[in-house]
Design a protein around this ligand. Sequence first.
Ligand SMILES: Cc1cc2nc3c(=O)[nH]c(=O)nc-3n(C[C@H](O)[C@H](O)[C@H](O)COP(=O)(O)O)c2cc1C
Ligand code: SF4
Length: 417
Amino acid sequence: MNALALSETSSAVQPQLLSGRRYDAPLPVLSRTGDRERLLAEIEASGLTGRGGAGFPTAIKIRAVARDRSPVVVANGTEGEPASAKDKVLLVANPHLVIDGAVVAARLVGAREIVLAVGRGDAAAIAALERAVAERRDKGVALRIAAAPTRFLAGEESALVNWLNGGPAKPTIERPFERGVYGRRTLVQNVETLANVALIARHGADWFRRLGTAKEPGAALVTVLGAVRAPGVGEIELGMTLREVIALFGGMTAIPQAFLLGGYFGTWVTAHDTLDLPFTNESLRPLGASLGARLLIVLPQDACGLAETARVVRYLERQSAGQCGSCFFGLAAIAGVFERLASGGVAAPQAVERLSRLVAQVEGRGACALPTGAAGLVTSALRVFAREIDAHAAGGCCGPHRSRVLPVPDANDNEWN
Ligand SMILES: Cc1cc2nc3c(=O)[nH]c(=O)nc-3n(C[C@H](O)[C@H](O)[C@H](O)COP(=O)(O)O)c2cc1C
Ligand code: SF4
């Protein structure tokens, strides 16, 4: 997490996810089917959904994997999204809570092996996990730490499983819950999701539902960056307004122009449309946005949204695994046209039209969500920064190109294994 200066963690709620917990005793073994069913019903009743981006109901995934005789559990803490730090902060603050959740999940699906996957560059998270694993005394499960390549695609679950099976960290057409590590059914859950599984196992569904909304219950970790006083990671209640979330990070340091929501697969929205909306998928959906990786970046008035987006689109293009033509060629073409649009090096109406055509060609294509994610980012930038596009066309720029609000790592293009 070199590009970010993380503040102390902020919190709106009595922190549960981020409050460090010492390891006390091994978790009880769920030897009876009835015990497992009761706990699964509790997770179902909690309404917990995945915290890794897609927001899939956790209980449904657990049930799908539990059909296998010897499945595997993978705790996904790779967090390849360059601007996000929530999983890294969680792993350092509370590794035992994540491992507790992974052990509970393993007991529910009948797994004897748990892989704790983390980015190779995340030295603090690896050290915290190593210390925690050495303290554990869980019966019947083996814990293994796997340091995956630090890149955007490595956290995509089929890519992660492919790498764990000895291949490159590139997406495949396999669905891990059907065929994953060693060809076995594999439960891949984000580390924050697993931390919540542990809390629900301990306190129950009603306790979990005391925060959040009826449709999107619980607390959540967010990374908030850009023009805020105290950028970093915090624990919030789902359903707080964006204004309230930003206030937790010290408030804004400049007049906001736009917000990037969800991450680099996410969506630009105008600040004035959004500030008083609840931070939930339900309220952001009409704007074409979602919580995604639970990332909120405040773009100040004096930054150039086009230049910022151009750098991210080029980064995403470099992340392509080069396996699908629409992704490999399409994203490169989009990145090139967008860069020219941002630098004023091309007639704006033609560039916008060409981008719209290219976006339509890559959307929904490819073996993974990379092209569609990049297409969504570009489409939202064309909508939200329409005035800037006019300014660029007239030969001026709305903001200094040198200001870099969105962190983009140096290229690490060769590291797939
Ligand atoms: C390009 C791409 C990158 C992803 N990166 C991550 C990641 O770094 N961490 C993560 O937990 N999920 C990531 N995901 C989502 C995973 O594929 C998977 O859905 C998730 O780990 C499942 O856990 P959850 O249900 O607990 O959210 C990514 C998905 C895509 C398409
Ligand atoms: S869509 Fe792109 S990143 Fe995804 S598998 Fe195909 S080439 Fe790789």
